[in-house]
Design a protein around this ligand. Structure first.
Ligand SMILES: Nc1ncnc2c1ncn2[C@@H]1O[C@H](COP(=O)(O)OP(=O)(O)OP(=O)(O)O)[C@@H](O)[C@H]1O
Ligand SMILES: [Mg+2]
Length: 325
């Protein structure tokens, strides 16, 4: 069987909120599915259903061929879950946390210690193993959390926003460990609000919005589906960004986005010939371009095309035409 997860028509309602509104998903063995979506899109709810923690109102899902409702015990033996919020005990040391979880999973005392040691080494936590978790950095906690979910060597691993709140270095460390786990043959369902995380780790991406999968495919497929290429141009003289924006708007007929910090002006274009027209107009205006490119849309632009809003409102500070001073 090549699909480790197969979900069809999952629905879940909380009061007035339709958290899942007919979700179809598949995860192929040995791959990472990235579930990408803004706050409240239904990502955690989908993970909880697939992890047998929540019964769907309708629809069905199988993990490793077992039904998540009827065969939940068998499903649980196959999966590891790292929740959105750290689940390890702050007062215990890293080693004690892992040993305790291993004991709960029926490991003998000796096996539990051996497995804890192995996982701490694997996640570069050997030196920290004897320290209380409350002294760990955010990245170390996340790695310990990930280690804890791997104790019983799960075939399928759920990672719910594994790097939210981490700095770039800690995020990179978590990404490396996820890659290792996949290299070892596990399959991963990873939720994230970060487009670059889905781009970096996921073989395929399912875009969630309002409890629906609104698009599914590889990162390249999603970008191609959004279709139009993007013109990106930056003036050498940052003070002329407004003039540049007017030219780009004029030639593309689109409403350009301006990155306040860098002065980069971007706009979707339908006709690649616009590029040479832009070059001519810049020349006429005596405007020197420090950067001028045609590129495929970023995943964020894809998200914007699909949903009408950015995936990460806080991450990219953009101002629209004319509002720059
Ligand atoms: N136990 C619950 N009771 C009531 N409403 C809930 C419950 N769990 C989730 N919801 C609602 O269902 C919707 C989907 O929530 P969910 O946690 O699945 O979103 P999410 O995509 O994981 O968001 P985030 O990125 O913020 O973690 C939200 O509107 C949320 O408020
Ligand atoms: Mg969530």
């Amino acid at each position: 069987m090549s699909d480790v997860i197969r979900a069809e028509g999952l629905r879940k309602r909380f009061g007035d909120t339709q958290a899942l509104d007919g979700v179809d998903l598949t995860v192929r063995r040995g791959t990472v599915l990235g579930v990408l979506g803004p706050n409240g899109a239904g990502k955690t709810t989908a993970v909880r259903v697939l992890a047998t923690l929540l019964k769907p109102d309708a629809g069905r899902a199988e993990v490793c061929g077992y039904d998540v409702v009827r065969d939940s015990v068998r499903v649980r033996a196959k999966i590891g879950l790292t929740g959105q919020y750290a689940s390890v005990d702050e007062e215990l040391t890293g080693t004690e946390n892992l040993v305790m979880i291993a004991r709960l999973l029926d490991f003998s005392r000796r096996e539990a210690r051996a497995r804890a040691k192995e996982l701490l080494a694997r996640f570069s936590l050997t030196d920290a193993g004897g320290r209380a978790v409350k002294t760990y950095s955010g990245g170390m906690r996340r790695r310990l959390d990930l280690a804890a979910s791997l104790i019983n060597r799960p075939e399928v691993i759920y990672l719910d926003e594994p790097t939210t709140g981490l700095d770039p270095r800690a995020r990179g460390e978590v990404w490396d460990t996820v890659r290792e786990v996949v290299a070892d043959g596990a399959s991963v369902l990873l939720t994230t609000q970060y487009l670059e995380e889905a781009d970096a780790l996921a073989d395929r991406i399912a875009v969630f919005d309002h409890g629906h999968v609104i698009a599914e495919g590889t990162s390249a497929e999603l970008k191609a589906r959004a279709g139009r290429q993007t013109l990106a141009v930056r003036a050498a003289d940052l003070y002329r960004v407004e003039q540049l924006t007017t030219i780009v708007a004029d030639l593309t007929g689109a409403r350009p986005e301006v990155q306040a910090a860098t002065g980069l002006v971007t706009a979707p274009i339908g006709d690649p010939a616009v590029l040479s027209a832009v070059v001519r107009r810049l020349d006429e205006a005596g405007l020197v371009a420090a950067e001028l490119a045609l590129r495929m849309p970023s995943l964020d632009e894809v998200f914007l095309t699909l949903t009408g809003h950015h995936a990460e409102p806080a991450a990219t500070e953009t101002v629209t035409e004319g509002s720059l001073v």
